[in-house]
Design a protein around this ligand. Sequence first.
Ligand code: AMP
Length: 604
Amino acid sequence: MTFSEIGLNNNILKAITDLGFETPTPIQQEAIPFVLAEETDLIALAQTGTGKTAAFGLPIIQKINDSRNQTQSIILCPTRELCLQITKDLETYSKYMKKLKVTAVYGGANIQTQIRALNSGSQIVVGTPGRVIDLINRKKLKLKDVEFVVLDEADEMLNMGFKDDLDTILAETPEEKQTLLFSATMPKEVMRITKNYMFSPKTIEVARRNEGATDVEHHYYMVNARDRYNALRRICDVNPDIYGIVFCRTRRETKEVSEKLMQDGYNADAIHGELSQQQRDHVMGRFRKKTLQILVATDVAARGIDINELTHVINYNLPDDNEIYIHRSGRTGRAGNKGISIIISHSREKRKLQSIEKMLKRELILKKVPGGDEICAIQLIKLIDKIVKTDVSPQIEKHLPIIEEKLSHLDKEDLVKHFVSAEFNRFLSFYKNAPDLNITASKGRDSVRERGRGKDSGKNRRGHSDEGFTRFFINLGKTHKCEPQNLIGLVNEYTRNRNLQIGKIDILQGFSFFEVESSAEKDVLEGFSDSQWNGYKLTVEISKPKKDSGKRREKSTRSDKRRTGFSGNKRSERIDSKSSGGRKSFKSRFKENNSSAGSRGKKR
Ligand code: AMP
């Protein structure tokens, strides 16, 4: 099917021909004729990169009456970047329709400018929910003539805490309108919106970008949790031309990783919710121009980044939701380029890897974290290539006699060695005797069994419950109203080290167990040696093997008969702190999500 067969008018056809669009994408083939012909609502399961902006934008532009100035369509989206992108796209599609005006309204920018644009009449308004509400309250944005409402990236808007805002805005729009909802995923909250605000909607779904796509390879590396950063360094070192995004789970982790990378001399920077809009634009500008190679970002901050040439997407930590992994990896391998999506994983994530594989319908390939020799060889070649390609300045000519005199005692081979070493010694010494970071585990079921991860696994060594983690006992439990996030907070506070990896947390009745990376055993024991919680003196010990655990309990907890008969994990509240947002509680992660959502999001 061609665009003209789809029923678009000549002005629009001319504009999209100028853009070089030849055939409609699958979502466009379904959505455009539907919106042109029907007035009922539409749910489209589609993510960025599928051509969804044109899928809703083109038919809306065609159906709008551009001789009336009233706002006839409101398009809501989660971020400023996406808002500007959609506005720019719609302006391009309508460039031969001189009377049609599209206005972007988003937080963090001068509201007066936006009000002036609205006052001059704008048939299509694209906005982030917070700013839209602000303008509605100031009576500068009137929605009574709205005929089309688009909720773009609805799942993301709800993730960012815009639920109430969406309710408020939708309540402002007339009942007689067509609502088009675009979402990459369909969580409960999105379903609620569709139930409450949409009438007999048609649902269309297009294949996810990555499902079965051949242009993204999915690699994973298995390391101990504490070696995550070093593995990232090696991955960057072995790919000197990397141009990619490193995804972290939290704002704090994003800052930490990017700061470390910068300190270690990598061409990296970060975007996260704490940056001002100018700072963010500055970083994004450098990344777009490729003067910045590595962008460290949270999922929310990376929204709206539409760059086709990324070589790698690196999952420094996996997201809770596998669909987010699909989103992340879909940022590479675009526009006919090959891309690699990398997961830096540890042994606890085997099941998660298996579920991602199932969802992708693709194999995740286990890769070895490169050793020092391999990295040095690649970096050396890179250096030599750079030397070969360097333009020789004519200015050097006049200095040559003295240079030659000074180097006259060296033959060619020595000369090469000296020049290369001058550039390269730091690198060589860094990787001299570099340890092997790989752990032997793989995601396969056999290897899970091989490693004996049965119910008694990990209890054969004192306190060492899994690779790299030590299990600690603490005399705080449910009776003290202790929750996992309290324990995480205590570990942060008493070790004064926010980079520690925390493993499983088991909250029991009168006491609990928690795991911390083994390298920090001493820090934990010393840190907690004189510790308290709400005035209650804390005791923390390395958890002993089962046979003497009874003794330890007697000694270290307030004696409690119920405890003595307690049988291991059966009644425990077993959570994996990493799968609940690393070292943060759900609440603090939610805050982090909001803070990048413009001014309104921040307040919540
Ligand atoms: P979107 O999913 O709306 O973010 O679009 C992804 C990219 O695909 C954008 O750069 C669009 O300009 C481009 N695009 C959208 N529709 C088409 C099409 N029919 N043919 C070629 N490129 C398209």
